[in-house]
Design a protein around this ligand. Sequence first.
Ligand code: HEC
Ligand code: HEC
Length: 153
Amino acid sequence: MKLNVIASFFALFSILTIVVSCNKEGGNSTKISSIGGTRSHNQGNNCMNCHKSGGEGDGWFNVAGTVYDSLKTSTYPNGTVRLYTGPGGTGTLKYTIYVDAKGNFYTTEAIDFGSGLYPSVQGSTATHYMAATIGTGQCNSCHGVSTDKLWTN
Ligand code: HEC
Ligand code: HEC
C-alpha cells in the first residue's frame, strides 16, 4: 500500500516535469535575417504566431514574412525589404531587412511604425511597393491569406 502511494507520487512528478518542459517559452534573443542565411523555417506561415512574447519561437519578431518568385510557388531568396515613411519609396527610409536564402526575412529590432510605414520588396530586377501603410510587421498575416503572397523578381 505504502509503496503504491510512493510510486504514484513518482508517476505524478514525472508527468508534471514533462508538462513543464513542453511549455517552455522561446526567449527574446536578437535574431535578424541576412543574405544567405539558412536558419529560418516555416515559409509562408505568420512567423509571429510563435515568435512573440510568450510564444514558443526563439526571438520575438517585429517584422517578418516570406518572399516568393513570380509564379508564387517557390520562395525568392536574398532580396531586400524596406520600410519608408512615404509611398513608392519616397519620404525617409526607416528600416532595411534582408531576405535570407530561404526567402524569409525577420528582425527582433524595435520598429517604430509611427502613423504607418510603406513597405517595399526588392529582387534582382524589380522593386514592388505596397500602396497602403502598415502598422504591424506581421506580413504573412495578410500576404498569402487575405491578399497575394509577397513576391518579386
Ligand atoms: C509554429 C511555430 C513557429 C512558427 C510559425 C515559426 N517559427 Fe521560427 N521557431 C520556432 C521555434 C519553436 C524555434 C526554436 C527551435 C528551432 O530552432 O526550431 C524557432 C526558431 C527560429 C529561428 C532561430 C533558429 C536558430 O537556429 O537561431 C529563426 C531564424 C526562425 N525561427 C525564423 C522563423 C520565421 C522567419 C518564421 C516565419 C516565416 C518562423 N520562424 C515561423 C517556432 C516557429
Ligand atoms: C494588414 C494587411 C497587410 C500587412 C500586414 C502587410 N500587407 Fe502588404 N499588402 C496588403 C494589401 C491588401 C496589398 C495590395 C494593395 C496595396 O498594394 O496596398 C499589399 C501589397 C503589398 C505589396 C505590393 C505587391 C505587388 O504585387 O505590387 C508589397 C511589396 C507589400 N504589400 C509588402 C508588404 C510587406 C513587406 C509587409 C510586412 C512588412 C506587408 N506588405 C504587410 C496587405 C498587407
